[in-house]
Design a protein around this ligand. Structure first.
Ligand code: XIL
Length: 476
C-alpha cells in the first residue's frame, strides 16, 4: 500500500500548497484563529520533561508559515521521504543528496535534532535493489555500502537512525523482503553493525508500525531486540511508528514501551498520527485531542521513552488521505496551520495549563447550508461555485469548509477562498475579506478543477467541523 501515489500527491500540492501558507506568511491574519503568540511551544514543554517533540517534514515545503511552525514548535526533524533509498540512490551509484541535505541544514540552523529515516526498508526501495538478481554476498555488499554511504555522509549530525524499518509481518514473523529472502535473519544484525561503524554517535533504532500495543507483532519485535542485545549487536532503540486511529490508542501502549525499556533499549514514538473518517467533527477532534494526550503521557511515564515525533504536523502535509481512503485530519494542525484541539492535548499532557481560548481554530458553527454548482465543464476541467450560508444564530468568525471528492477531482485555482487539497480531501478557508459570516448571511467562492471519469458533486460538506445541509444555501 505504500509508495505508489507519491508523485501525484506532490504534484497536487505544488499546485495548491501555496494558498494557505502564502496567506499566513503575508501576515493576513484569520481573525483570532491563526497560531497566536500565547500558544504553547511544544519543544520547550517537552524539554522540561527531558523528552523531545519532533515532526516529519516535506523538505520542499520548508518556507513561509510551514517552516515557521516546524522550526518554532519542534526540537527534532525527520525527513519524510528525502533520506529513503529510492530518493538518495534511485540508480546504482548515482547519489542525490540535495533533498536530504536541505532538511538537515534546516534543522541545524534551528538547533533541532535530526532523525535519519531510513536505511533498510522494503518500500520506496529502488527497483535496481528490489528486482536485482542477487547472490547473498552481492546484496549484503550493496546493503552495507548503502548504509556506509548514507550514514557516513551525515556522520555526527544524526541523532537517531531508523536502521531497519518494518521488518515484521502482522503475525510477528519476518516480512519476506528482498533482504530477508536473500540474506536470511542475519541481515538486521549486519545492518546495525554497518550503521554503528559508519556513525558511532548516532542512536540506532529498529522501527515498525502496529507494534504500539502488546500483540503478536510487537512480541516478534521484542524477541528480536532481546536476541540482538544478547549477541552484542549495537541496537540502541525501538521506534513505534504509531499510525493510529481516533479512539483506538492501544491500552497496553505504556506497558509495551516499558517492556522494551526493560530490555535495555530506548523507545521513541516515531511517526505519530491519529486519523479519522472524514469529515472531521467536533466530537472526533475532541477524541483525537484525548488520544494525542494519551500517547504523550505514555511516553512521559517511561523514563527510557525519549520522545514523540508526529508524522507531519499539519493536515495539509499528511500522507493519510492518499493511503487510507476517506480518512484524514490526522495531525495536530489544520490545513491553514491553525492548532487543532490535538495540539492543545499534547501541550496539556506536557503540563501546559494555559487557556486555548476561542482562538485554537475556527469557532463553532450552529447551523450551515452549502450550495455547490458546477457552472461550466469541459473535457478535463470545470469551474464551480460554492455558497456557504450561516443558518445558525451566532456569527461565524473564520471559516473552513471541508469536503471529499467522490471521483478523483482536483482543484487547480481558487478565488475568494484559500484552498488546499490532500488526496481526496479538500479544505477551503476564508480569505481576510470574507472571514465573517453573519447569522443569515453567506459567502460565495469559486474554483477551477480537473476531473476525469466523473464529476459528481461531493456528498457532504463540513463548516468548521460541523456537517452542513446541502442544496439550499442560495435561497434568501
Ligand atoms: C510515507 C510518506 O509520508 C509519504 O509521503 C510517502 O508517499 C510514503 O511513505 N511508515 C514509514 C514512513 O516508515 O516512511 C511512511 O512515510 C509512512 C509509513
Amino acid at each position: 500500500m505504500r509508495g505508489t501515489s507519491m508523485k501525484l500527491q506532490s504534484l497536487r500540492r505544488t499546485v495548491l500548497g501555496i494558498s494557505a501558507a502564502a496567506l499566513l506568511a503575508a501576515g493576513a491574519a484569520v481573525p483570532g484563529h491563526a497560531a497566536e503568540a500565547a500558544d504553547p511551544v511544544l519543544r520547550d514543554l517537552a524539554a522540561a520533561h527531558g523528552i523531545s517533540y519532533g515532526t516529519a517534514v516535506t523538505g520542499a515545503k520548508l518556507t513561509g508559515a510551514y517552516a515557521d511552525v516546524a522550526g518554532a514548535q519542534f526540537d527534532s526533524i525527520t525527513p519524510g521521504n528525502e533520506m529513503k533509498w529510492g530518493s538518495v540512490e534511485p540508480v546504482r551509484g548515482d547519489f542525490r543528496w540535495s533533498g536530504a541535505d536541505a532538511v538537515v541544514d534546516f534543522a541545524e540552523a534551528r538547533g533541532q535534532k535530526v532523525r535519519g529515516h531510513t536505511l533498510v526498508w522494503h518500500s520506496q526501495l529502488p527497483s535496481w535493489v528490489e528486482n536485482g538478481s542477487w547472490t547473498a554476498s552481492g546484496l549484503r555488499t550493496v546493503m552495507t555500502e548503502h548504509i556506509k554511504t548514507a550514514a557516513g555522509r551525515y556522520k555526527g549530525r544524526i541523532d537517531h537512525w531508523d536502521v531497519v524499518n518494518e521488518a515484521f509481518d502482522e503475525d510477528g514473523t519476518r516480512r519476506q523482503s528482498v533482504f530477508q529472502r536473500t540474506l536470511g535473519d542475519g541481515y538486521i544484525a549486519d545492518a546495525f553493525r554497518a550503521a554503528r561503524a559508519a556513525d558511532p554517535a548516532a542512536k540506532l533504532y529498529l522501527n515498525d508500525y502496529n507494534v504500539e500495543g502488546l500483540n503478536a507483532k510487537s512480541d516478534g519485535m521484542y524477541e528480536l531486540v532481546r536476541s540482538l542485545k544478547a549477541q552484542g549487536v549495537p541496537i540502541d532503540g525501538v521506534g513505534l511508528q504509531a499510525h493510529l486511529i481516533v479512539g483506538q490508542v492501544p491500552p497496553s501502549l505504556q506497558a509495551n514501551i516499558q517492556r522494551f525499556a526493560d530490555l535495555g533499549v530506548d523507545v521513541a514514538v516515531t511517526e505519530l498520527d491519529i486519523r479519522m473518517q472524514l469529515p472531521a467533527t467536533e466530537a472526533k477532534l475532541a477524541q483525537q485531542k484525548a488520544d494525542y494526550a494519551a500517547v504523550t503521557r505514555a511516553c512521559l511515564a517511561v523514563s527510557r521513552c525519549v520522545g514523540v515525533t508526529v508524522w507531519g504536523f499539519t493536515d495539509s502535509d499528511s500522507w493519510i488521505p492518499d493511503f487510507f481512503e476517506g480518512q484524514g485530519a490526522a495531525t495536530p494542525y489544520d490545513e491553514g496551520f491553525r492548532p487543532k484541539p490535538a495540539f492543545y492535548g499534547i501541550a496539556e499532557a506536557l503540563g501546559w495549563t494555559g487557556d486555548p481560548g476561542p482562538g485554537p481554530g475556527p469557532g463553532p458553527v450552529d447551523g450551515c447550508a452549502v450550495a455547490y454548482a458546477v457552472q461550466n465543464q469541459w473535457s478535463a476541467g470545470f469551474t464551480a461555485q460554492v455558497t456557504v450560508r450561516n443558518t445558525g444564530t451566532a456569527p461565524v468568525n473564520g471559516w473552513q469548509l471541508a469536503w471529499t471528492w467522490p471521483s478523483g477531482q482536483s482543484v487547480t485555482q481558487a478565488w475568494n477562498a484559500a484552498m488546499n487539497q490532500s488526496g481526496a480531501s479538500v479544505a477551503a478557508a476564508n480569505v481576510p475579506y470574507n472571514a465573517s459570516i453573519a447569522p443569515g448571511g453567506s459567502v460565495t467562492f469559486g474554483f477551477n478543477g480537473a476531473w476525469s471519469g466523473g464529476n459528481a458533486a461531493p456528498a457532504g460538506f463540513a463548516l468548521n467541523g460541523r456537517p452542513c445541509a446541502t442544496g439550499t444555501a442560495q435561497a434568501g
